[in-house]
Design a protein around this ligand. Structure first.
Ligand code: ZN
Length: 480
């Protein structure tokens, strides 16, 4: 049961001589439901609730998180945040002032038409069990699962310079998976690649996504892959489906453009970036067909919001326009430190973490080719769907990705199914080989709850939307 907290009362309980004080309250509840191999394995509800007290002292921000949301608890947290800022200011890398926390007031609520109680636990288990039965179409499907997690989250933020923000989120994570085995050959198909499908919406999700038809297709494709030839090896054209494009965008654009990472903050843990500060405005990251946006406004995408956790208003911005790198993923602090324009992406994973530069929704804008027009341009190539494996160096440069499902493209037509389709490349040459971008009919909206970064670690939700895309002359190979 969520308790009600008056954040403005708590703000007045802070009695340290800070230049600025902010309090962020975060409540989050998770309700997972899962059927594995015909048996319910998860039906629970967990929640977490607390506040992060932030103070600005001698140009340095100090933080202290606490689940004790009384005046005494917050006053004590503020004292600790003050001490931390005082000590850290002796070694600060930049001396900030209040301009790092501009005043904003407003509200946000996830758009949805069916709330979380519109399907009972029993109804949801029935849907998941029926989906499981649609996945398990043969004895050769040795394992199958269906899962749904409902997430409710509420972020509130008030500050001594008058910010007052309330944001309420309703989200769903959904996945289906079928693993088929024949001898030593094992193949898995899923609903949206290994990270599932994640959306910010209500339980109308189950009306829209033809769950049972998709479960049948996934089961059939897992079996189909058992008899498929291995993906060919060589340099050829590839057409990539949105559920693999999402990871391509995440790993070879999103992480590379995090400004705190470019500044070196993350090199001890998450890594650095091949992108340098002087590349903004001059680096031709990809072909002229490439338009990448930071878009917190796309309805139902996983990481849509109106304000980041520094209270900055979130707007849609181009990061890469017609292939040219124009803007980084830097929140207000990174913008001040780097002198670059940025976006409202200063985000924390919960009440007990300080915000850092994160992805939110990072999307590839649609082009004007139909799916058939992309395929027709290929004489000899492979179409690939759904991520299975990934690897990228810690400068976000050399990568290798594996997909679940492929089809040969011969003389402009999709032909045989192939298993174990993989490709490799280097970030900017790869994106410069982008030769076709699909239209809205090819567009898919995906997301993941599992983006990790920061010390202490923060696992955060991100969204990625993309059309299907054609890349020329890519190194393709088969095998596991
Ligand atoms: Zn990530």
């Amino acid at each position: 049961m969520k308790i009600n907290v008056d954040l403005k009362d708590l703000l007045s309980a802070v009695d340290v001589p800070a230049q600025w004080v902010g309090i962020r309250e975060v409540y989050e509840a998770h309700t997972p439901r899962m059927i594995r191999d015909g048996v319910p394995v998860a039906n629970s509800r967990t929640s977490t609730h607390g506040v992060m007290v932030e103070v600005l002292v001698d140009g340095q921000f100090g933080y202290y998180g606490t689940p004790d949301m009384t005046a005494v608890g917050v006053s004590s947290a503020a004292q600790r945040a003050y001490q931390q800022a005082k000590i850290a200011s002796r070694n600060s890398i930049y001396s900030f002032d209040e301009s790092a926390r501009p005043k904003y007031c407003g509200n946000y609520k996830s758009p949805f038409s069916k709330d979380r109680n519109s399907l009972s636990a029993g109804n949801l288990n029935e849907i998941l069990l029926q989906a499981y039965n649609n996945l398990k179409i043969s004895d050769k499907i040795v394992s199958a699962s269906s899962l749904c997690q409902i997430i409710e989250s509420s972020f509130k933020f008030v500050s001594s310079n008058g910010s007052d923000i309330m944001q309420d989120f309703l989200m769903l994570e959904f996945d289906l998976s079928a693993t088929a085995v024949d001898g030593t050959n094992q193949q898995t198909r899923t609903f949206g690649g290994m990270r599932g499908t994640c959306r910010q919406m209500g339980l109308e999700f189950f009306d829209k996504y033809e769950i049972m038809a998709n479960a049948n297709r996934i089961g059939e494709q897992a079996l189909e892959l058992l008899h498929a030839e291995d993906c060919p090896t060589g340099e050829m054209d590839i057409v990539i489906a949105p559920d693999q494009m999402m990871l391509q965008i995440h790993e070879s654009i999103g992480h590379a453009l995090e400004v705190d990472r470019i500044l070196g903050d993350e090199r001890n843990y998450a890594g650095w970036s091949f992108v340098k500060l002087e590349d903004f405005g001059s680096l031709q990251y990809g072909s002229e067909l490439m338009n990448i946006t930071f878009d917190p406004t796309l309805e139902s995408e996983f990481a849509s919001y109106a304000y980041d956790d520094g209270g900055l208003k979130a707007t849609k911005e181009y990061l890469i326009k017609e292939g040219l790198l124009v803007r980084g993923l830097g929140g207000k602090e990174s913008q001040i430190r780097s002198g670059l324009e940025g976006v409202a992406n200063f985000r924390s994973s919960g009440w007990n973490r300080a915000p850092i530069d994160r992805m939110a929704n990072i999307n590839l804008e649609p082009g004007d080719s139909s799916f058939n027009e992309l395929i027709e341009q290929v004489q000899n190539g492979v179409y690939m769907e759904s991520n299975k494996s990934w690897s990228i160096d810690d400068y976000r440069n050399k990568f290798q990705f594996g997909c679940e499902y492929g089809k040969l493209i011969e003389n402009g037509k999709l032909t045989k199914t192939v298993k174990n389709p993989n490709y490799r490349g280097i970030s900017t040459p790869f994106w410069n080989s982008l030769k076709g971008v699909g239209n809205f009919d090819t567009y898919g909206i995906y997301g993941t709850p599992n983006c990790g970064k920061g010390e202490p670690n923060q696992v955060i939700r991100v969204g990625h939307a993309s059309p299907a895309c054609l890349f020329n002359n890519v190194q393709v190979f088969g095998g596991v």
